[in-house]
Design a protein around this ligand. Structure first.
Ligand code: AP5
Length: 201
């Protein structure tokens, strides 16, 4: 199945995508993770992306379309994949549509208050496990870091950019009949949100 996770920064796309990977044994394609890897490795793409990411801006379409285009050529995606954080603009969605169709677009929704609380408390372990200082505290022996773009000013900018550049994808995929809305607000546990997602697949 070809699945896309859509939703504001910090709504829980990565958390749910990792659980879907485990249940359906299908690869997660996170452009955020790919770009952070490129920054860490000091590659050409990483050098192009770093400034945008730190500022909470989107990396230019041509760069990201190139990264995902290469990834989609690998054979492990032949039976399906979970796109996490891509597409994020209408030109990216059109570039993807020229390569493949999506079966389901899962949109997670939550209030701004919930999102800011989730992002400011997020911590990441070296193996990519996502923790939260209050909701899912890391074990004492696990070393975690805070992402550079999880600081207040970058969070505000990411939310602004989401509304302006990514939110139009909601209508784009609704028109295609692919969109499924899932309530991911603070009153819902990760287990409940995950089961809701599985029920629409
Ligand atoms: P990216 O890494 O994709 O960041 P994002 O979309 O901002 O999403 P996040 O990873 O911040 O959040 P999430 O929704 O995955 O939430 P999570 O599960 O971690 O992109 C980063 C940057 O890369 C962009 O700003 C841009 O510069 C660039 N980029 C990436 N893709 C691009 C593209 N296509 N085009 C252009 N530029 C691109 O959860 C958050 C926290 O909440 C965690 O601590 C978690 O433990 C907690 N949590 C989650 N769910 C729950 C719950 N139900 N209850 C309690 N706590 C919860």
């Amino acid at each position: 199945m070809k699945i896309m996770m859509l939703g504001a920064p910090g709504v829980g796309k990565g958390t749910i995508a990792k659980r879907l990977v485990a249940r359906y044994n299908t690869p997660q394609l996170s452009t955020g993770d790919m770009l952070r890897e490129a920054v860490k490795g000091g590659t050409e793409v990483g050098l192009q992306a770093k400034g945008y990411m730190d500022a909470g801006e989107l990396v230019p379409d041509d760069v990201v379309i190139g990264v995902i285009g290469e990834r989609l050529k690998r054979p492990d995606v032949n039976d399906g994949f979970i796109l996490d954080g891509y597409p994020r603009t209408i030109p990216q969605a059109e570039a993807l549509a020229a390569i493949t169709d999506l079966d389901v677009v899962i949109r997670l929704t939550a209030s701004d208050e919930t999102i800011v609380e989730r992002l400011s408390g997020r911590r990441i372990a070296e193996d990519g496990t996502i923790y939260h200082i209050k909701n899912f505290p890391p074990p004492p022996d696990v070393k975690v870091i805070q992402r550079d773009d999880d600081k207040e000013q970058a969070i505000r900018q990411r939310l602004f950019v989401y509304r302006k550049q990514t939110a139009p994808l909601v209508e784009y995929y609704r028109d295609k009949g692919a969109l499924k809305d899932i309530d991911a607000d603070a009153s819902r546990t990760v287990d409940e949100i995950f089961e809701d997602c599985c029920s629409v697949l």
